[in-house]
Design a protein around this ligand. Structure first.
Ligand code: G1P
Length: 290
């Protein structure tokens, strides 16, 4: 039994405008774009469920109401499917449906950055450790990335961020570690910089969108200091706590896809399609044509 407080809550920052996917995201939240046949946000919720989490906080914004509807009962659709004996489709609708009361939706009224989005959850999270999942980052593997992290957290406690090595010239897209010693999957974090220029980056070990954080991170976020891009950055808030709490980078197992980028999103569709027995044969055939 772990002596660390369990991770019960996950925060999904989903207020972003999705400008990189216009016009698709004019009316449809980018988190509802499907990879094969499931929206990005549903993969994220299922990953959190697999990690044993049962409180889901969505940080939304204007025009994101469809996300809330996606996790609600669709009464007319269900009645119609039932009348037509479409049982397979019906069971798909109810899979990973949360229990009443498990989901909370909070508005981030202004786009002030990821740190601010996470801060918007502080009243609900309270004085407990919690997870943050960015649905844009998908990880395909046998065991979900967050479940792997929760397992590691149960041993080490403190704060964990998922990390992977990225091409050096891409450090300006990520939060980057100044790494200390590595033991197995865990790397001690000595420093953190948000989106450093490749010439100034302390390493090429980048944060990808999975975090396990202690509630103390809300204090520096409350101060609301602006960082990279004139936004309130989660990376900066974590950096102020280094030395007062354990912080580790966690090298997860699995392949990560950046679905915030068109090519990454298309690749995810191919990889997740190829991982499915019902899709692989047909997909293999058409891919050969290109
Ligand atoms: C955010 C974080 C960054 C992290 C990245 C992972 O950046 O600020 O530290 O490396 O997510 O995807 P964003 O992609 O929102 O610019």
């Amino acid at each position: 039994m772990s002596t660390h407080k369990p991770i019960r809550t996950v925060v999904f920052p989903v207020a972003g405008l999705g400008t990189r996917f216009l016009p698709a995201t004019k009316m449809v939240p980018k988190e509802l774009l499907p990879v094969v046949d499931k929206p990005l946000i549903q993969y994220a919720v299922e990953e959190a469920l697999e990690a044993g989490i049962d409180r889901f906080i969505f940080i939304t914004g204007r025009g994101k109401g469809a996300i809330e509807d996606h996790f609600d009962k669709a009464f007319e659709l269900e009645v119609t499917l039932d009348a037509r004996d479409k049982n397979k489709e019906l069971s798909l609708l109810n899979k990973s449906m949360p229990q009443p009361g498990q989901m909370m939706f909070v508005r981030q009224q202004e786009p002030l950055g990821l740190g601010h989005a996470v801060w918007c959850a502080h009243k609900i999270v309270g004085d407990e450790p919690f997870a943050v999942v960015l649905p844009d980052d998908m990880v395909l593997g046998e065991k979900g990335c967050l479940a792997q992290m929760v397992q590691a957290y149960n041993e080490t406690g403190g704060n964990l961020v998922a990390v992977e090595e990225v091409p050096h010239e891409h450090t300006n897209r990520y939060g980057v570690l100044n790494p200390g010693e590595t033991k197995g999957a865990l790397t001690r974090i000595k420093g953190l910089v948000e989106k450093p220029d490749p010439s100034k980056a302390p390493s090429n070990l980048a944060i990808i969108g999975r975090y396990i954080l202690q509630p103390e991170v809300f204090a520096p976020l409350t101060e609301g200091k602006r960082g990279s891009g004139n936004e309130i950055q989660l990376t900066d808030a974590m950096a102020t706590l280094l030395g007062t709490q354990p912080f580790h980078g966690f090298s997860f197992e699995g392949k990560r896809f950046d679905c915030g980028d068109k090519i990454g999103f298309l690749e995810a569709n191919i990889a997740y399609g190829m991982a499915r027995e019902d899709i692989r044969p047909g997909l293999t055939e058409i891919l050969a044509k290109y």
